[in-house]
Design a protein around this ligand. Sequence first.
Ligand code: ADP
Ligand code: 5GP
Length: 207
Amino acid sequence: MSRRGLVMVVCAPSGAGKSTLIHRLMAEYPDLGFSVSCTTRPPRPGEVDGVDYRFLDREAFESMREAGEFAEWAEVHGNFYATPKGPVENLLARGRDLVFDVDVQGARRLKSSFPDGLFVFIMPPSRGELARRLGSRGLDSAEAVQRRLANARGEIEAAGEFDYWVFNDDLERAYQVLRAVYLAGLARSAGQADRLKAVLGSWDRSG
Ligand code: ADP
Ligand code: 5GP
């Protein structure tokens, strides 16, 4: 049987630098796919439907939820988000490694579906720096920034549930740590039975 894809769940308070770090990892490793979530949040400038999110209205979201099409769903900062089950299962079964960008509630649910996943928490250096990054990103209203900052503390308090912490003070350093986690995941013996077989096969062929 061919290798099943690796699950990498990345969680962080909004503004900590998660998208920046994930985009860089996916640019360096094109074999790494992205689990495209469904959301009722309106698209931000530059976001593409079907690439960043599948943007749905409330009604469409609820009908998918009722049909059991989500692996998990949560309400975050006043909007609904969900991981669709079918596409994720298909990609993993075909051996595609996937990054999941979800909130703490989503990570908990995914932990029960994918206990062997890599669970990573991106940590902002401080409240002040998180506020500065949310402001400088310029994508959220002042009210939304305040809501995200208030929620951040509870999210950071859940960091103990994650296997890896990536402190995002210096972006380059944080990226190297995230990359190391991914590469260590790829190096797990459990995902490499095919390669072991190929190495042993080279002995068999020479005998
Ligand atoms: P998230 O996806 O976690 O909400 P983003 O990746 O959008 O966060 O980052 C929020 C803002 O902070 C962006 O403007 C980004 O360029 C900036 N940023 C990310 N990491 C750092 C860092 N280490 N130092 C300074 N600014 C950063
Ligand atoms: P944003 O609106 O900034 O894109 O995302 C807000 C929060 O929702 C982030 O913490 C992000 O990780 C989370 N999120 C995005 N997609 C999902 C999902 O499918 N499920 C859950 N539970 N959270 C998600």
